[in-house]
Design a protein. Structure first.
Length: 106
């Protein structure tokens, strides 16, 4: 008894500069960061109920097979986020001062 030849599913989609789990709105970033924090694939799947354990393993396999590319992508995403955050602070300094004061008070 042999295993029938099947087509391997694509677990990752890359559209508009973003990596996502195929058929979902979950970013590859979310899965990779959870994995890098030490979460198991099972706990990651529990954190994302729209994903199957197979999809989580598929995403992790993609990451491990393309680690240099994905790490570069994650660094670029982080830099873009930081630039947007700084811009928001510069445009709304009063709001961010109030938020910082509220955080210190709590």
């Amino acid at each position: 008894m042999g295993v029938a030849a099947t087509k391997t599913p694509n677990y990752i989609e890359h559209h508009d500069g973003m990596y996502r789990i195929a058929g979902s709105r979950v970013s590859l970033d979310s899965i990779v960061y959870a994995y890098l924090r030490g979460q198991t694939p099972e706990s990651i799947a529990q954190s994302f109920p729209t994903l199957s354990l197979e999809q989580v393993f598929g995403a992790l396999a993609f990451y491990l097979a393309h680690q240099a590319v994905v790490d570069t992508y994650l660094e670029a995403q982080s830099a873009e986020y930081e630039a947007l955050r700084r811009d928001a602070i510069n445009r709304n300094p009063g709001l961010y001062a109030k938020l910082a004061a509220a955080k210190r008070a709590s």
